[in-house]
Design a protein around this ligand. Structure first.
Ligand code: IPE
Ligand code: IPE
Ligand code: MG
Length: 235
């Protein structure tokens, strides 16, 4: 691939997977079937992102605010995460994909934390794509958790951006270049608050279970047409 082409691709693509519930409602199905369909769409998109040679893919799967949903839905989502990790990690490994989870560990069920750790260790040597499900993730929680760990480390003051960043959940993961949100809402809902300072945004009305490779290509084309200036002048 030419240098120009690589430059015009996001290094870190972040996706807010939204619209599973409305997808199900449109079909008179329970919301959980929408989440199941969402997992199927995700499996295809992970592979498509790998084919695009994008090295980091993060997906917002469960926010710190999603605990406010009805108990049955939360339980169903947790079961879906268990199922996904148990059944799908072998496939990821075979495709040279590394899984890493991003979010607040406390609050998640113990057995899911164990599965997450197992999946991360099991795929730790894979290198083509880092696939990062954000579970129990909140941008504000991440900043607060980092501040508290930083204070506990008794840092030199004044602290710098770099000092704080060291304590983010995955400090080595670059800021998202492109954030896609499906489902027709125009908001961040507490995703990558710090890292999104200079991200590009792509919004689509399509519900997440209907998002496919053709839609991904549209988002990447949009991104390739953006000029990123970071507060500087046109190059
Ligand atoms: C996104 O779909 C998945 C999660 C938040 C877990 P929603 O469940 O938010 O779907 P809508 O927005 O209600 O359609
Ligand atoms: C954002 O979607 C969180 C995830 C996709 C996991 P929500 O559906 O929870 O966001 P709001 O409530 O519409 O802002
Ligand atoms: Mg939603």
């Amino acid at each position: 691939m030419s240098d120009e082409k690589i430059k015009s691709k996001p290094k870190h693509l972040a996706i807010i997977l939204d619209g599973n519930g409305r997808w199900a409602r449109k079909r008179h199905l329970p919301r959980l079937l929408g989440h199941r369909a969402g997992v199927k769409a995700l499996e295809k998109i992970v592979r498509a992102v790998k084919r695009e040679c994008i090295p980091y893919l993060s997906v917002y799967a469960f926010s710190t605010e999603n605990w406010n949903r009805p108990e049955l839905e939360v339980k169903g989502l947790m079961s879906l995460f268990r199922y996904y990790i148990r059944k799908k990690i072998d496939e990821l490994k075979a495709e040279d994909i590394k899984i890493r989870f991003c979010g607040r560990k406390s609050g998640l069920p113990e057995d899911i934390l164990e599965l997450m750790k197992w999946g991360e260790d099991y795929t730790a040597n894979q290198t083509t794509l880092e696939f990062i499900p954000c579970l129990n993730y909140g941008g504000r929680a991440e900043i607060i958790d980092a501040v508290n760990t930083l204070i506990a480390s008794n840092p030199q003051t004044p602290v710098t951006e770099q000092d704080l960043r060291k304590y983010f959940y995955l400090p080595d993961v670059p800021d998202p270049d492109l954030i896609i949100r499906t489902g027709g809402e125009f908001r961040l809902s507490n995703f990558w608050l710090w890292g999104s300072a200079y991200s590009e945004y792509y919004f689509t009305d399509i519900f997440w279970p209907d998002f496919n490779e053709a839609e991904l290509k549209k988002a990447l084309e949009f991104y390739a047409g953006r000029e990123r200036r970071y507060g500087g002048l046109k190059s």
